[in-house]
Write a new protein. Structure first.
Length: 86
């Protein structure tokens, strides 16, 4: 299997799409990284819904749900992604 490397800035320009519904989820806002294990744990994208007091809840998708990183899109299995409560 060929390894590909992407910069964080490059990843932020790629649109995230749910492979189950074809829904465009948005763009990466942040990455959650395990600095001890040197690996990405999840991607965080802004939610489309507004919460109380105008605060947006972010959508956190575990890295294991990332199925493919293409030239300009990231395909994820969004069937059971979780909400970030931080």
């Amino acid at each position: 299997m060929e390894m590909s490397y992407y910069s964080i800035n490059n990843l932020r320009t790629m649109e995230i799409i749910d492979i189950n519904s074809g829904t465009k989820l948005g763009y990466i806002k942040d990455l959650k990284v395990d600095t001890n294990a040197y690996k990405v744990l999840s991607i965080i994208i802004p939610s489309q819904k507004m919460a109380w007091f105008g605060k947006n809840d972010d959508l956190e998708i575990p890295w294991e749900k990332v199925k493919k990183i293409g030239i300009d899109v990231i395909l994820v299995d969004g069937s059971d992604y979780m909400m970030d409560k931080s």
